[in-house]
Design a binder for this molecule. Sequence first.
Ligand SMILES: Cc1cc2nc3c(=O)[nH]c(=O)nc-3n(C[C@H](O)[C@H](O)[C@H](O)COP(=O)(O)OP(=O)(O)OC[C@H]3O[C@@H](n4cnc5c(N)ncnc54)[C@H](O)[C@@H]3O)c2cc1C
Length: 398
Amino acid sequence: METVKGKPYFCNVKDRLEQFKYLDKDLSCEILIIGAGIDGAIANYFLSKKHNVVLVDKNKIGFGCTSCATALLEYQLDEFASDLKKELTQEQIVDVYKMGQDSIKKIEEFVKRHGNNCFFKKRPTFLYTNSVFEKNKIIKEFNFRKQNGFKCKLITSDNNPFPFEVKAGILCEDGGCEFNPYSFTKQMIENSSNANKIFENTIIEEIIQDKNKLVAITNFGYKIFCNKIIIATGFNWEVVKKDNLCDRFITYSIVTEPIKDFKYYKSCLVHDNKSPYHYLRTLPDGRLIFGGEDTVFNKNKAINYKLAQKKYIKLEKDLKKLFPEIKDKIKVSNSFCGLFGTTDNNLGIIGKSQIDNIFYFISCGSNGIINAMFGVDLLEDIFNNKENKLETIFSPLR
Ligand SMILES: Cc1cc2nc3c(=O)[nH]c(=O)nc-3n(C[C@H](O)[C@H](O)[C@H](O)COP(=O)(O)OP(=O)(O)OC[C@H]3O[C@@H](n4cnc5c(N)ncnc54)[C@H](O)[C@@H]3O)c2cc1C
């Protein structure tokens, strides 16, 4: 199933991963990870330190949805705490926000350790509305964060540092970070402890049980015997489950040519609260990325090219409205779209599947990457039968 369309920006770098060969023999291992997008790469990096891990991808590493993730990495979720209260307790929401902050620190530690080859940068985050009707909702969310010890500032029209209209917004000076998701995936792979056990162009077509082992069978008929399988296939989970695991949407993005002499407040990661919503970030060479306009994905209709073209035009118009002073300088260099998943509680699908020893590791929502950074610890705890308070809220069986 096609998960990406258009001209993704992020894998268009000079410094690409060297190609790994396809699997051409039977193998045994402790853990098999299926899928080497950013999620599979994160799981592989951490788990291969302690376990005998094999990682396979049916195509090129990092060329699935990872190639078009705009990588606004924030501790906040897509929905407000007040909306999440239907699904999560107040304590759980606070835990999840803290988990987001810890994930950002973990990314920072990785970059400190292995070098910043993925254009990592810490950034403030800004969630805002320009509608009077939504103002109170933002203020409520601000109060929730303040009461629970998260540092943030309420922005209104009186103290607005942005060039666009803001009725109310939450500015978190240390709320997020950004990177190139392809380059980060590459760095994760290059610094893993199992380089000789990573295979590209290797499709897992079937998983069967053989005595007390799981056996994954590739498109060339080779077998991987293992104790555990991690499904990190992104939104192509059909190898283990034919029906829906979460709702799937398509999100659309445009990238501009570099814009000279233009900056907005600290190159913040910006989200509006419209329906459909929009997101904005910068790139180191002065480009802007603007996206959103999500639509429901219909599996039978695949990604609709004509609809995508309309969405790119709409995004360009909206971006020009946001920054009228540079509207003549805004020229789109890349437009692309891809699948992402959403769940009722905004969290990823991480944990035990319906089949013994098969685990899902699928990031959902617009901060899925943040979930994945933290999700490996959750997986380890589940492997070790250690209690983890996040297990039930990330459980694929929830
Ligand atoms: C336009 C856009 C913007 C986004 N912005 C953000 C953002 O700002 N922040 C954020 O956190 N997230 C964002 N996301 C979501 C983010 O892209 C995903 O959470 C993330 O890329 C998922 O990574 P993944 O590794 O699970 O999936 P993928 O990158 O799709 O990787 C899955 C891999 O599995 C392989 N595979 C599938 N089936 C098999 C099989 N049977 N055998 C072997 N291999 C298989 C595929 O080839 C693929 O490489 C965005 C998504 C889109 C589309």
